[in-house]
Design a binder for this molecule. Structure first.
Ligand SMILES: Nc1ncnc2c1ncn2[C@@H]1O[C@H](COP(=O)(O)OP(=O)(O)O)[C@@H](O)[C@H]1O
Ligand SMILES: [Mg+2]
Length: 221
């Protein structure tokens, strides 16, 4: 199992106030799955995604990623696993402005210590995978929202992660651009990528192979 949650709880504490954002979550995601997690605003989707992506830890329960229990890993080790295994995609694209598509996509390779000549080559290939070979030198403000999200997908792919983790990837897009992004996800999934996508839109979730529903921090059966 690539992702295995057993009885995961997440409680946020703000001063004396406690809020249970996730309750007793059991979740298993196999390799090469394309899973949509659907739920309304405030249901705990981003909390769940942050834990899957090793950006946050459960308050209790266990999370195994690719057979490894993540509970006792220190921040450096978590960051290393995150960079190697997980490609993140966000609603707001999070691209660097005044930086070309090519350099945005090559950025994670600097942190991974890849030599410069290989960086350019790999970034170019990742942009080809999302159909943007003709936009290598364009800056984000010269691209449509859908194109910017495709740059972000290329950036997520460039380290060849095991899992693509997407939080509301179509939330800022019109429905045509959203469908294009879903077709890219479906293609990547056919090529063997595991995709976990979070959304509040039923029309987007139906592109996945499997859907689970989250409500008030609980997975619905
Ligand atoms: N850092 C935090 N501190 C306190 N409460 C939080 C924090 N992050 C999220 N919450 C609360 O947890 C619930 C779930 O939030 P979130 O996971 O962002 O939901 P979603 O992504 O489904 O909209 C919400 O009620 C939110 O207010
Ligand atoms: Mg959210």
């Amino acid at each position: 199992m690539l992702v295995k949650f057993s009885k995961v709880n997440k409680v946020y504490s703000t001063g004396d106030v406690k809020f249970q954002a996730l309750s007793n979550i059991n979740l298993e995601v196999k390799k090469e799955e394309f899973l949509a997690i659907i739920g309304s605003s405030g249901s705990g989707k981003s909390t769940l995604m942050n834990i899957i992506g090793l950006l946050d830890k459960p308050t209790s329960g266990s999370y195994e990623l690719d057979g490894q229990n993540t509970a006792h890993l220190n921040e450096n080790h978590l960051a290393e696993i995150r960079n190697k295994k997980i490609g993140f995609i966000f609603q707001s694209f999070n691209l660097l402005p005044r930086t070309s598509a090519l350099d945005n996509v090559a950025m994670p390779l600097i942190y991974a210590g890849v030599p410069e000549k290989d960086r350019q080559e790999r970034a170019k290939k990742a942009l080809e995978q999302v159909g943007l070979s003709d936009k290598l030198l364009s800056h984000p403000n010269q691209l449509s929202g859908g194109q910017q999200q495709r740059v972000a997908i290329a950036r997520a792919l460039v380290n060849e992660p095991e899992i693509i983790l997407a939080d509301e990837p179509t939330g800022n897009l019109d429905s045509k651009s959203g469908d294009e992004i879903m077709h890219i996800f479906q293609k990547l999934n056919k090529e063997g990528k595991t995709i976990i996508m979070i959304t509040h839109e039923v029309d987007i979730a139906r592109h996945a192979k499997k859907t689970v529903r989250i409500k008030d921090g609980e997975i619905m059966k």
